[in-house]
Design a protein. Structure first.
Length: 473
């Protein structure tokens, strides 16, 4: 009897290499150009990070004025979220991104030369509007060109690029600022222009054409009825937006309420810097491996778990009496953030009709903009009137409410999607609308059975409507 040949098990380095290859393989080339543009854009995200320091240190304005300018910046993002979503569907993903990036470069450069306080606030609002306007288009294009079975992984890689670019830019900005803050403004404008150049040269339009050969008749008819009123009347989707607003409000506490709380407890700014660095380090290290673990699991369970991790992670802050304990709390809610971001984005795409992705993404982006505008004010008010411990206990309660909301909202999603299985192939084929999305569409059609929740839910939005959605849209 011949001796059986036992293949050696892959060693640690080989396993890591194989896992890395599997994490990035199978995605279309257009996605990687979009990913590159995101990374370049985030490498230049200097101004928003250092705007308060610029106004108080370089210009000598008060902290109250710096807070006002920050609020105007956030308000600009709130205003542009919905409008950019509409433009994404009407004009297309590529024109919206290019217009937003060119406007961002111009307004950021202009802000560096402003000296009048009213002019600074006004231009900061323009920067907030322009910089936020490309988000619906980027997310809609990603949904267009990536097959449903790969979307969680794609959104995770994009989120990883955002955090990697932010980590590098934050470090570089401190060094650049030593040579003058104007260099920060001009440097960001230059990198945003480089991002626009990547989009112009390498990214074809991916918006599905209404009534094109690839469109199902229902999709073409549905496209004419998709409006912002459609989004607002979509009960399930708006509930997702509301739940995301709760979680986004939690994550915003890390950048205002947590440093205030640590300062009152006697910790230094260096201590806070060390603690918050845990967030960026863990995202860079864990985002891709965690996504490999979660990408084919139930989105309902993942969103419930991420909400609990976020809520109770911030709740742990009430028990923190040392830098190490604060770091543990940050690690817990960071894990919730890592799980939540790609899963939530995948769910948003599932609930978005093919020809309304821009509007739906705009409404989703609005929840983040509103949270960035209101959460710091709410957190500061609670700390001033009731104390930090009440705020952190409230965060745990908010996380619990969000988890219950996801559980109730998504418990019957698979059954409804399964009922639309016949339409799954049509929806998959409808994603093959451009040359840039052809490969993704083929994979979409082939993988319809493995991702009927995606295709079925999208079909429900475009076609006759689900139970809670009006049929006369």
């Amino acid at each position: 009897m011949p001796t059986p040949i036992i293949e050696p098990r892959p060693r640690g380095l080989s396993r890591v290499r194989r896992a890395a290859v599997e994490s990035v393989s199978g995605l279309p080339r257009q996605f990687w150009w979009l990913w590159t543009s995101t990374l370049v854009n985030r490498l230049g995200s200097f101004v928003a990070t250092f705007l308060a320091l610029y106004l108080t240190v370089e210009r000598g304005y008060s902290a109250s004025y710096a807070g006002l300018v920050g609020a105007v910046y956030g308000l600009g993002g709130v205003i542009s979220s919905v409008g950019a979503g509409v433009l994404t569907d009407r004009l297309g993903r590529r024109p919206t991104m290019l217009a937003a990036q060119l406007a961002t470069a111009a307004s950021v450069a202009l802000l560096g030369f402003m000296t009048d306080p009213v002019a600074i606030a006004a231009v900061a609002g323009l920067v907030g509007m322009a910089s936020n306007a490309s988000r619906p288009a980027v997310q809609a294009m990603m949904a267009d060109i990536v097959a449903p079975k790969d979307r969680v992984r794609a959104f995770s890689l994009n989120y990883w690029a955002i955090n990697l670019g932010f980590a590098i830019s934050s470090t570089a900005a401190g060094l650049i600022a030593e040579h003058g803050y104007l260099a920060l403004f001009l440097g960001e404008a230059t990198l945003v222009l480089a991002c626009a150049l990547v989009v112009f040269c390498k990214l074809p339009e991916s918006r599905p054409e209404v009534g094109g050969a690839a469109d199902a008749p229902a999709d073409a008819a549905g496209a004419e009825r998709v409006s912002m009123l459609t989004v607002l009347r979509d009960g399930r989707f708006m509930t997702v937006v509301g739940l995301n607003l709760l979680l986004a409000s939690l994550f915003q506490q890390a950048y205002v309420s947590m440093p205030v709380s640590m300062g009152r407890a006697g910790f230094s700014s260096a201590d806070f810097g060390l603690v918050i660095a845990v967030n960026g380090v863990l995202i860079v290290l864990l985002q891709i491996p965690v996504t490999r673990f979660i990408e084919h699991r139930s989105p309902a369970m993942l969103l419930i778990g991420s909400a609990l991790l976020a809520g109770y992670g911030f709740g742990l802050t009430a028990l923190a009496g040392s830098v190490a304990m604060y770091a543990v709390a940050v690690a817990v809610w960071t894990l919730g953030e890592i799980i939540n971001s790609p899963t939530q984005m995948g769910l948003v795409v599932r609930l978005s009709p093919l020809h309304g992705r821009g509007r739906y993404q705009g409404m989703y982006a609005l929840s983040w903009s509103v949270a960035s505008l209101t959460a710091p004010l709410l957190g500061g008010t609670v700390i001033d009137h009731y104390g930090a411990d009440v705020l952190w206990a409230g965060c745990a309660a908010v996380g619990t409410v969000a988890a219950l909301g996801y559980g109730l909202l998504l418990r019957n999603l698979p059954e409804r999607a399964a009922g639309s299985g016949a339409a799954a192939a049509d929806t998959g084929k409808a994603d093959t609308t451009t040359a840039g999305a052809a490969a993704a569409g083929a994979a979409d059609a082939d993988g319809a059975d493995t991702d009927v929740a995606d295709a079925g839910t999208a079909d429900g939005c475009v076609g006759t409507g689900r139970g809670e959605m009006p049929s006369n849209r």
